[in-house]
Design a protein around this ligand. Sequence first.
Ligand SMILES: C[S@@+](CC[C@H](N)C(=O)[O-])C[C@H]1O[C@@H](n2cnc3c(N)ncnc32)[C@H](O)[C@@H]1O
Length: 252
Amino acid sequence: MEPPMDVLYAIYDGIPRQGPGSNAATRQAWSLLPDVPPSPGILDIGCGSGIQTLELARLSGGRIIALDNHQPYLDALQQRAASEQLAAHIETLNCSMDAMEFAPGSFDIIWSEGAIYIIGFERGLSVCQPLLKPGGFLVVSHITWLTADRSPELAQFWHDEGVTICTAAENVQRIEQAGYHCLAHFPLPQAAWWDEFYHLIEQKLPALRQTYRDDPERLAVVHNQQHEIDLYRMYADQYGYVFYVMRFIGDG
Ligand SMILES: C[S@@+](CC[C@H](N)C(=O)[O-])C[C@H]1O[C@@H](n2cnc3c(N)ncnc32)[C@H](O)[C@@H]1O
C-alpha cells in the first residue's frame, strides 16, 4: 500500500534537497561531460525544490526544464531562481516522469538526481533515450550496492520499499545494453547523505511524531523514515548513491 503523501511531504518540505546529494557532486558529474554545446537544452527529472537545477543553471548557462509532480517544490524553485537572477534559465513543469510528451531529440542533457528509482533504473534509461539528441548525455544518481556484503535487514527494507538495488557493475551493463556508453560513475560521499538531508530530516521527526501521535498510519511512515536513517547509520559502507554519466550513442 502506498504511504499517505501528505506525511512524506511534511518530512521533506523545507529542507534544501529531497534526496542525498551536494552541489560539489553535481559539479563533479558536470565536469565529466565532454563537448557540451553552448547554452544546452537540459531536462531535470524529479527536480524537487531544485537545488541541483540551480547549480546546473550556473554551470551550463543553458535552458533547463525542471520537471516534478509536486507543485510546492516547483514554486519554491521558481522563487529561488528569481531571487538568484536565474529565472531566465529555468522553466518549471508539473508533470509525471511517466507521462512526458516532449518531441524526440529535444534535449542535449537529461539530468536526474535521486529520482529515477521512481520509474525504475531500466525504464528510466529507455524513457529518456528518445528525448535525447544523438550524442546527448544522461546523468542520474541512483542507489547502488557498494559491496558484496549485505545486511539481510537492509536488503529487506529496500525490497519492501519497492526499490531494486544493483551493483555499479550491473548498472553499467544495463546502461550499455540500453544503447548508452557509460562515460564514468562515482559514489557520493557519506556526507552528501547527512549534511543537507538526513541530519535535517532527523531534526524534524520528533515534532512529526507528536503531530501524528493519534494517527497510526502516518505515525508508521515517520517511524519508517527513522528506520531508513538508522539503517544508513549502520550500513553506509554497503550501499550508497552513485552518479552515472552516460552518453546516448544514437542510431548512426
Ligand atoms: C528523492 S526526491 C529528489 C529531488 C531532487 N532531485 C533532489 O535530489 O533533491 C524525488 C522527487 O521526485 C518527485 N516525484 C515523485 N514521483 C514523481 C513522478 N511520478 N513524476 C515526477 N516527479 C516525481 C518528488 O516530488 C521529488 O521531488
